[in-house]
Ligand binder design. Structure first.
Ligand code: PEP
Length: 245
């Protein structure tokens, strides 16, 4: 279960979140939990989750280790701050920051080189779904975002299926629609990395996941977990989602 906080919360608010959240989930050994706070809050999040099973990730990275790239944060820096994971190719990065498939690929490789586990986000826009282009978009984004990975690197990588029309809109994909997309992605993974590796691939669903729709989604065997935005900002709400999973 992953939480994408986007551009919400200060370091103080991060600490306050975990003060409450840790006690709500600590009695269960599963599922794995990863929280993606804003980069500035990573040290506070790492500190607040020390000794718990929650891991911390970055929401984005730049592909160079260091250099004259004003405003950017590298995978190496995220790792040094205590992050273990990083989101790559989130649709908001593609939409508002003009990230291309080629950028996503460089970021996936940079994340792995830095010792971070990438979650590569893929998903179609509403007009692409209406034009029956969902399959084409998912195949292209999957191939472009994970090209050239070794088997070992692929085993460290997860994928999030996040239909753009479902993000922050309250329009969740039905479990069946999500499951079909996951099956397609797993099929692509099998073609490129083999059936066993594809079986092991963790595919998260993201898009308006809430405490009242998580159970239906998690009943689908194709859905391994969720990437939760808005509903992860409140500790009670995210803990309910974690427990339902
Ligand atoms: C996201 O930002 O990855 C996301 C899925 O957002 P939300 O849950 O708010 O739709």
């Amino acid at each position: 279960m992953a939480a994408n906080w986007k551009m919400y919360k200060t370091a103080q608010e991060t600490t306050a979140f975990f003060d409450r959240f840790n006690s709500l989930v600590e009695s269960d050994p599963k599922p794995e939990i990863v929280v993606f706070p804003p980069a500035l809050c990573i040290p506070a999040a790492v500190q607040a989750t020390r000794g718990t099973r929650t891991e911390i990730g970055g929401q984005n990275l730049y592909w160079c280790k260091e250099g004259a790239f004003t405003g950017e944060v590298s995978g190496h820096m995220l790792r040094a701050a205590g992050a273990n994971w990083v989101l790559v190719g989130h649709s908001e990065r593609r939409q508002y920051f003009a990230e291309t498939d080629a950028d996503v690929l460089k970021k996936t490789h940079a994340a792995l080189e830095a010792g971070l586990r990438p979650i590569v986000c893929v998903g179609e826009r509403v007009e692409e779904r209406k034009a029956n282009k969902t399959e084409q978009v998912l195949v292209r984004q999957f191939a472009a975002g994970l090209a050239g990975l070794t088997e070992e690197e692929f085993a460290k990588t997860a994928v999030a299926y996040e239909p753009v029309w479902a993000i922050g809109t309250g329009l969740t994909a039905t479990p069946q629609v999500a499951s079909e997309a996951h099956e397609l992605i797993r099929g692509e993974a099998a073609k490129r990395f083999g059936r066993e590796a594809a079986k092991q691939l963790c595919i998260l669903y993201g898009g308006s996941v809430k405490p009242d729709n998580i159970e239906g989604l998690m009943k689908e065997t194709e859905i391994d977990g969720a990437l939760v935005g808005g509903a992860s900002l409140d500790p009670e709400s995210f803990a309910k989602i974690v427990r339902a999973a």
